[in-house]
Ligand binder design. Structure first.
Ligand SMILES: C[S@@+](CC[C@H](N)C(=O)[O-])C[C@H]1O[C@@H](n2cnc3c(N)ncnc32)[C@H](O)[C@@H]1O
Length: 258
């Protein structure tokens, strides 16, 4: 079932979002997942209707925690930066082919990389679109966000065609598909449960690796939970590990020779 946008009033902006991501714009619905528009907060948020007391999932690059991380950001302290090959003044161009809520892409962009975000789930792409719009309007981010973060609503299983058609640059292709959670981690926040419920399990994730390898000029980086197997059962050249996650790095032939 499609995720409707629920709003008391229709605005040109909501009509644009509805058309762009083929989402119905309604005043009410019994759909299990809905995007609620708050005029007051100027924000779209994903809501799972059978979960009580939830604030909804939104893309907020101005959130206090994100702001703090951005203010203190450095290549040295971000494992994702090391995995993607940022060092000194080097800032690779990156395609984030499973953009989700754009948190990883934002870190890479805040460090100076140009990042193309590809997302295929319509409601998630709409949340990203909305988050990027608000970020572009904010004085702290407006001078770099549109230059460094570009959203494409598409399925990355067609990455080669998308890259060619849009003339994208990709030193690095970054992948972070959904991975089934261990039973123990049922403590995932209510909000994230609705995100996981809507998106599902990305059962075709293995197919992304060959696509990514054919598009990246330097490396493919795959984020996995620490306990997960390698994507497509392919052993990486190396992994960068944190407590909970692993970034598996697959170097292209040219990079291996360097
Ligand atoms: C775990 S989330 C990514 C989280 C993201 N790294 C972040 O920092 O917010 C995975 C996302 O990848 C998207 N996805 C999975 N396969 C995709 C594909 N073939 N093309 C585009 N998006 C895809 C899913 O819809 C989901 O939103």
């Amino acid at each position: 079932m499609q995720t409707p946008i629920i709003s008391a009033t229709t605005t040109p902006y909501l009509e644009q979002v509805a058309a762009e991501f083929q989402l119905p714009l309604l005043t009410e619905s019994d759909a299990p997942y809905q995007l609620h528009w708050s005029q007051e907060k100027d924000t779209l948020a994903l809501v799972q209707t059978d979960l009580p007391k939830q604030t909804g999932v939104k893309v907020d690059f101005l959130d206090a925690a994100v702001n703090y991380r951005r203010a203190n950001i450095s290549v040295k302290n971000e494992l994702i930066a090391r995995a993607c090959g940022l060092k000194g003044q080097q800032r690779p161009s990156i395609i984030d082919a499973t953009a989700g809520l754009g948190r990883d892409a934002f870190i890479l962009a805040a460090l100076g990389c140009k990042v193309t975000l590809i997302e295929r789930t319509p409601a998630v792409a709409a949340l990203l679109f909305d988050g990027l719009r608000r970020a572009r309007l904010h004085p702290d981010l407006s001078d770099w966000i549109s230059q460094r973060m570009q959203l494409i609503y598409a399925n990355a299983l067609q990455l080669s065609e998308i890259k060619q058609k849009r003339q994208l640059k990709a030193d690095v292709v970054y992948l972070d598909p959904m991975f089934p959670h261990k039973k123990k981690s049922a403590a995932v926040k209510k909000e994230m449960k609705s995100f996981q419920g809507l998106v599902g399990a990305d059962a075709d994730a293995d197919l992304l690796l060959p696509q990514a390898k054919s598009c990246a000029s330097k490396r493919v980086v795959v984020k996995r939970p620490g306990y997960a197997n390698f994507i497509n059962d392919e052993t990486p050249d190396f992994s960068v590990k944190s407590k909970k996650h692993r970034f598996d790095v697959y170097l292209t032939m040219t990079e291996q020779e360097n």
